[in-house]
Ligand binder design. Sequence first.
Ligand code: TA6
Length: 285
Amino acid sequence: MTGVTFLTGSGGLPKLEITTAWSTAEIYLHGAHVTYFQKRGEPPLLFLSDQSRFESGVPIRGGIPIIFPWFGKPADKPGQHGFVRNRSWTLKEIKTTDDGIVTTRLILPPDPELRADDITVEYEVAFSDGLSAEFIVTNKSAQAYAFENCLHTYFAIGDIHSLRVVGLQGVTYLDALDGHQRKTETAEAIRFAGEVDRAYVNTPHRVEIHDTARQRVIRVEKTGSASTVVWNPWIAKAKAMADFGNEEYQRMVCVESGNVAKNQITLAPGGIASLKVKLSSEATA
Ligand code: TA6
């Protein structure tokens, strides 16, 4: 049965439960946060921490956090990764196409941090046998507007020790674990034996997550994004995060698509910036 149900989710926060012929999903109005997506016959695609908090003003740990209008924690900004993931969004539209794809469209209410409604923000997510998310910023003001954006996706995987992320060989990255030094990715496949926190820049490339333990390949395709961030907190940082289980680093990886650091966007008056990510998966067995 295809459709959308309105429910009270964790922490009493409102959420939508989406069912299609191929999949089930959930999206919270808090942060317009997709927290769950599962294609029939496969394990869930997205990781959600068992320790996540579900409170206004606090980000949900996992799923697809929307990072805007800044990434990381610039000295002149309050807090990490912007503020829209902590805001309550408004559901504007639900559409179901003739072939059963369900699309939800949410908008961020006018926010004083965004010059009231000079800068408008919309988020459209289409659910089918995969998930397509589009984050749209419109500059209705007479001044240029500079920002960073990122769909900070947490993927559910079987075992980080055998995981490979493929598609970034030869790409320049900023290593957050080494003073954001510029380096070049030499590996055909990124593997994990410790914390990894890298912002790959000037890369429109598609990335594949090869999850050997679950015999699955996850594909991350994107448009309107010049940066890909790869992160796994590993042991020490996992322990340091109160909203993340000590062992959970072993079954998640973040492959994030956006425009960060030198790839930040300056939107001219009247300009529209679309960041689009398409997630799909298939069994390899
Ligand atoms: O995307 C990688 C990163 O910037 C890491 O440095 C780590 O801080 C992660 O984001 C999570 O940030 P958060 O504010 O959600 O705890």
